[in-house]
Design a protein around this ligand. Structure first.
Ligand code: PMP
Length: 369
């Protein structure tokens, strides 16, 4: 029988959860509360729905390939960045089928067998998967005080290092690295290493000392800034994200990118989403309120600890004697789905007020509160 490449077998496949309808059927529960994947509980802007309906009013358009250059969405991104004092051109933007795909494209562009990429652990698992799939070496540096140990990561740099991944804020911890730490890191880093800063949760950040990654883009450094429409914009199902980097980097990545990697509906939806600032504001307000409610209720459960978050999820550390699997199972039986992210760690997405309440009640029930 045909054998896979040796490094393919090293990859831990991403195991998706069961379809929610199946879980509900098995448990005999009408509607589960899903707080497992950092999705936006409010959904996208109504303007997104309008734009999709408008597109579907001419079904013949479905037979056409997408706008291969992402022209209109790139225009909308350029407009948005201009309002923040950053002049972008189309050839400094790449669109991806989720920012996930852009991670993969960056790796395929710069990592070959034996090349190295430095990343944190625990962090977003896709970095190591993509690097390993190319025959590269994923050098994982344990978080320090739950945040990227940027100095420790610098120590892992060798002649073979091609990429450093920094998820900021980090998933699954929700923590972030500050501007001064990032600036020192960039100062010390060799200039021919690509820094991929994954800013998937950028819109949720409330901390003023967030690094100014665009400054490094403007300075011409080898940096790729990744953002997504899956989180704050509520478009996870459509799979669309974008990357910003200097033209030379985008040009190379475009050689690897499939010609029609982002679909028409995703492009239209993302463009409409960007233009509805009011909706984004509402999303962030609901997230902030939910966060404060969860903090105050989690504070009452003495057995657990949690990390303050810069995202739409919270990382919770369970006591020694309790496994994340036990908590996951108990909450699931109560119709609440969260994500175990370590032997004693769970991650919960901040939901709508009633969802947060149901989560807290189920957790209190587990701890006998
Ligand atoms: N980066 C991080 C840190 C994430 O948490 C996620 C989604 N869980 C992604 C990237 C990928 O997002 P998407 O592909 O949906 O844009």
């Amino acid at each position: 029988m045909i054998k896979p490449l040796p490094y393919v077998q090293k990859i831990q496949p991403y195991i998706p959860g069961k379809p929610i309808k199946e879980v509900e059927r098995e448990l005999g529960i009408k509607q589960c509360i899903k707080l497992a994947s950092n999705e936006n509980p409010l959904g996208p802007s109504p303007k997104v729905v309008e734009s999709i309906m408008d597109f579907l009013s001419n079904p013949a358009e479905l037979a056409r390939y997408p706008e291969g250059s992402g022209f209109y969405l790139k225009n909308a991104l350029c407009e948005l960045f201009a309002t923040r004092g950053v002049n972008l051109t189309h050839d400094e933007i790449i669109l991806g089928n989720g920012s996930n795909e852009l991670i993969d494209i960056a790796v395929k562009t710069y990592i070959g067998p034996g090349d190295e990429a430095v990343m944190a652990t625990p962090s977003f698992v896709v970095y190591a998967m993509s690097v390993t799939a190319q025959g590269g070496v994923a050098k994982e540096v344990t978080l320090k005080e739950w945040r990227h140990d940027l100095e420790g990561m610098l120590k892992e740099i060798t002649d073979r290092t091609k990429i450093v991944f920094i998820a900021n804020p980090n998933n699954p911890t929700g923590t972030m690295n500050y501007r001064d730490e990032f600036d020192s890191f960039m100062k010390a880093l060799r200039e021919d290493i690509l820094v991929v800063v994954d800013e998937a949760y950028y819109e949720y950040v409330t901390e003023p000392d967030y690094p100014d990654t665009l400054k490094y883009f403007k300075d011409g450094r080898d940096i790729l800034i990744l953002r997504t429409f899956s989180k704050a914009y509520g478009l996870a199902s459509l799979r669309i994200g974008y990357g910003v980097a200097k033209k030379e980097i985008i040009t190379e990545m475009n050689r690897i990118r499939e010609p029609f990697n982002t679909n028409t509906i995703a492009q239209i939806a993302a463009e409409a989403a960007l233009k509805d600032e009011e909706h984004l504001k509402k999303v962030l307000e609901i997230n902030e309120k939910g966060k404060q409610y969860l903090y105050s209720e989690l504070d009452k459960i003495r057995q657990i600890q949690y990390l303050p978050t810069q995202t739409n999820f919270i990382y919770i550390i369970l006591p020694e004697s309790i496994s994340s699997k036990e908590v996951f199972d108990s909450l699931l039986r109560q119709g609440v789905i969260i994500r175990p992210v370590g032997p004693r760690q769970i991650r919960v997405t901040i939901g709508l007020p009633e969802e947060n309440k149901a989560f807290i009640e189920s957790l209190k029930k587990f701890f006998g509160g």
